[in-house]
Design a protein around this ligand. Sequence first.
Ligand SMILES: Nc1ncnc2c1ncn2[C@@H]1O[C@H](COP(=O)(O)OP(=O)(O)O)[C@@H](O)[C@H]1O
Ligand SMILES: [Mg+2]
Length: 258
Amino acid sequence: MSEGGYVLQARGVGVRFGGVRALAGVDLGVRAGEVCGLIGPNGAGKTTLFDVLSGIRRPDRGRMLLDGADITRRSAVWRARHGIRRTFQRQQLFGQLSVADNVLVAQEWRGGGGGPAADLLALPSRRALERERRARGERVLADCGIGALGASYAGGLPVGQARMVEVARAVADPPRVLLLDEPASGMSAPERDRLAEVVRLLAEREGCAVLLVEHNVAFVMELCTRVVVLDLGKVLAEGTAAAVRANPLVREAYLGTT
Ligand SMILES: Nc1ncnc2c1ncn2[C@@H]1O[C@H](COP(=O)(O)OP(=O)(O)O)[C@@H](O)[C@H]1O
Ligand SMILES: [Mg+2]
């Protein structure tokens, strides 16, 4: 375990796009079992920070730590395999696949057991494993309130359901760290409630560390035990939901405008 008890931590992260400083020295950590909200106005750098944490973008400056060990140079694939999972602000489902297969794919990186030969020959061990994974996928979809959608094509779903499939896919193989980028946008109120329940259980029961970007402030305040406010690529404030909501700087930069 790292200093501060953080599972995943960013230290002094800087990212520049030409003349734009998207991130200007961000320090942020997330602990096992907590749901940490990340809020801030459009363009604050939230998605860029997720890109850096998940390894799809190299920062110009700064380091990332997983359990206190430096992972700055580790690839996105390495990080995903070590339990850092994310969803994207812009939907990224496999539209041509069924919902069940989208969730199955997320478990396939562990391999088939028995190697390619077992796959080719469809050995009983391979088939048993696939059954197990399909069953797990069904449970996850049911938990997410979309248990009836397994056979539907992901590409044809309304946005709220599609977003839920993305969440299901991100948690099908239990994550250690989950980064959710505006997962509730486009969701109905009941879908949002279900999402909150899934995220809460994941943190409380499985000890997953969750970092949640969301514009719906009421949703963030209800679900998150801690909130970090990003503005112009910097951490503007951090604290309990109530403390952050009461912070005049935050009101001015963000809350007052929503
Ligand atoms: N690929 C990119 N190329 C150039 N500028 C970018 C790119 N991605 C983000 N930015 C800029 O970086 C800043 C932060 O963006 P972003 O991380 O998407 O913010 P947020 O998710 O908080 O809305 C914005 O000014 C945005 O225009
Ligand atoms: Mg964003």
